[in-house]
Design a binder for this molecule. Structure first.
Ligand SMILES: NC(=O)c1ccc[n+]([C@@H]2O[C@H](COP(=O)([O-])OP(=O)(O)OC[C@H]3O[C@@H](n4cnc5c(N)ncnc54)[C@H](OP(=O)(O)O)[C@@H]3O)[C@@H](O)[C@H]2O)c1
Length: 136
């Protein structure tokens, strides 16, 4: 995750449980308190996973934002899967998921354990979407 995403998580919930939390920053010199690792770019973050310490522990990599990191990863080569929640209501926002390039991703009709159809919580409707990259 990017630095701002890390600091947007309430301190009491950091690090995210049962996950190795890697924070990306070009400015920080040491990992923020509670984070497991700091990486100065996405390639370095992935390289960490090949270390003897981590390679036996890691079986999935989740990129959890923010915007620039999503964009970089969505456009990078290699197979990816996007788990998207579409909130069907307008809100004033200042941070956005980049547009999904439909030449590079296809929407799956369904995905195990992901509910299909319209969901609703507190009067706000939303739906889950799962996309797979098509070039791999
Ligand atoms: N709804 C969601 O699913 C979701 C997901 C994620 C975040 N968010 C929200 O979005 C907001 C934060 O997102 P954001 O886009 O503003 O910021 P962000 O991506 O979390 O953080 C931006 C910072 O991360 C570092 N960074 C990002 N990409 C990097 C890279 N490739 N290499 C090295 N460093 C990199 C840089 O830190 P330095 O400036 O330290 O170099 C950059 O200034 C928060 O409010 C968060 O709650 C929501």
């Amino acid at each position: 995750m990017g630095r701002k995403t890390w600091f947007s998580i309430p301190a009491s919930n950091r690090p995210l449980k049962n996950r190795i939390n890697i924070v990306l920053s070009r400015e920080l010199k040491t990992a923020p308190e509670g984070a497991h690792y700091l990486a100065s770019d996405f390639t370095s973050a992935l390289s960490l996973l090949d270390s003897p310490e981590l390679e036996k522990q890691v079986d999935q990599v989740w990129i959890i934002g923010g915007s620039a990191l999503y964009k970089e990863v969505m456009e990078s080569p290699g197979s990816k899967r996007l788990f998207v929640t579409r909130v069907l209501k307008q809100f004033d926002c200042d941070t956005f998921l980049p547009d999904i390039n439909m030449d590079k991703y296809k929407l799956l009709p369904e995905f195990p354990a992901v509910p299909t159809g319209l969901q609703e919580e507190n009067g706000v409707q939303y739906k889950f979407e799962v996309y797979d990259s098509v070039d791999n």
